[in-house]
Write a protein that binds this ligand. Structure first.
Ligand SMILES: [Fe+2]
Ligand SMILES: [Fe+2]
Length: 310
């Protein structure tokens, strides 16, 4: 099975914004953000990524949050329209919110994200879902994809996140469920759970309870954690805590960035899972509107190489 991973789309819908939607909120921050992001993030780059994923025979697509900038209805509508263009989107897409999708207390409490993306939050194990819809689980072939919500409304200049304790408890129970036992287990959550060499846990951008979330997921032998937020390609590995083996922790980067060279330009990952094992991680990079995305990096894991050698 091949899983595509896109993230941090930060879809703009400036033409659809009515000033009263944001002028009374974080006017300066909001306007600044839109002006800066309109230069960096491009909807057409996301469309090229979806075309590329289609031609690369991806079975399922995961979106790890920050679909919008200011969590406006108009931005959610534009993002939902793009995602609906994916063939059989309702059964082939898993999506979780990021801090930008919960940008204001109003957006967070109104359940705006959940309303726009409710079809993608339908769970195959609904008995574990809390009122908001998390954690949800998508069972596809030999893979289980579990969505967690780390979005919280934050004070100005903060982009922190948190997975609620009761949500984490439900996820832990779900991960013990017999129906997940022999499956490859993927958890999707917006905020990073580990610091990498380029990103320390900045106080105002971190997941507040990252340590306990990561420990729980390692104890429950999660195979792959997919996140966004740093807008930076990252592939990390830590030992599982409940059995022998590895928990991979991966970010593709922001998919919609138009320029900025290989470090910053738009990216997506593809994870190939065979016989409930991760055998390859590919990263594709946006080059230009003329050539679209091209293969950038690939890592094939040992077990697969050994089998190839026979
Ligand atoms: Fe982001
Ligand atoms: Fe974020």
């Amino acid at each position: 099975m091949r899983i595509g991973h896109i993230s941090d789309l930060h879809i703009l819908a400036i033409d659809r914004i009515r000033p009263w939607e944001y002028l009374n909120k974080r006017m300066v921050g909001g306007l600044n953000l839109l002006l800066n992001r309109s230069k960096a993030h491009s909807t057409s780059v996301v469309e090229r990524a979806l075309e590329a994923l289609d031609s690369l025979n991806v079975d399922h697509i995961v979106i790890s949050g920050d679909l919008t900038n200011l969590a406006l209805d108009s931005e959610f509508a534009a993002a939902a329209e793009i995602i609906r263009s994916i063939e059989s989107a309702f059964s082939r897409v898993s999506v979780v919110p990021g801090n930008h999708d919960y940008y204001t207390p109003g957006a967070a409490s109104s359940g705006r994200f959940e309303r726009h993306f409710k079809e993608y939050l339908k769970s195959d194990l609904p008995e574990y879902q809390l009122e908001r819809g998390y954690p949800f689980c998508h069972l596809r072939e030999d893979v289980a994809i579990i969505g967690l919500n780390s979005g919280i409304a934050t004070p100005w200049l903060f982009a922190t996140g948190r997975v609620d304790d009761d949500e984490l408890e439900q996820a832990a129970r779900m991960l013990d469920d017999e129906r997940l036992k022999s499956r490859f287990k993927i958890v999707v959550v917006h905020h990073p759970l580990m610091a990498d060499e380029h990103h320390r846990f900045n106080f105002n951008r971190r997941m507040i309870n990252a340590e306990s979330v990561l420990t729980t997921l390692r104890q429950k032998n999660v195979d792959l954690i997919l996140h966004g937020h740093n807008h930076y390609l990252s592939v990390l590995q830590v030992p599982k805590l409940g059995e022998a083996g590895t928990t991979f922790v991966c970010e593709a980067g922001s998919t919609s960035v138009e320029g900025g060279g290989p470090k910053m330009a738009g990216k997506f990952n593809i994870y190939t899972i065979d016989d409930s094992q991760l055998v390859e991680i590919e990263t594709h990079l946006f080059e230009s509107h003329a050539s679209g995305f091209r293969p950038f990096r690939s890592e094939v894991f040992r077990r697969h190489i050994e089998e190839e050698r026979g």
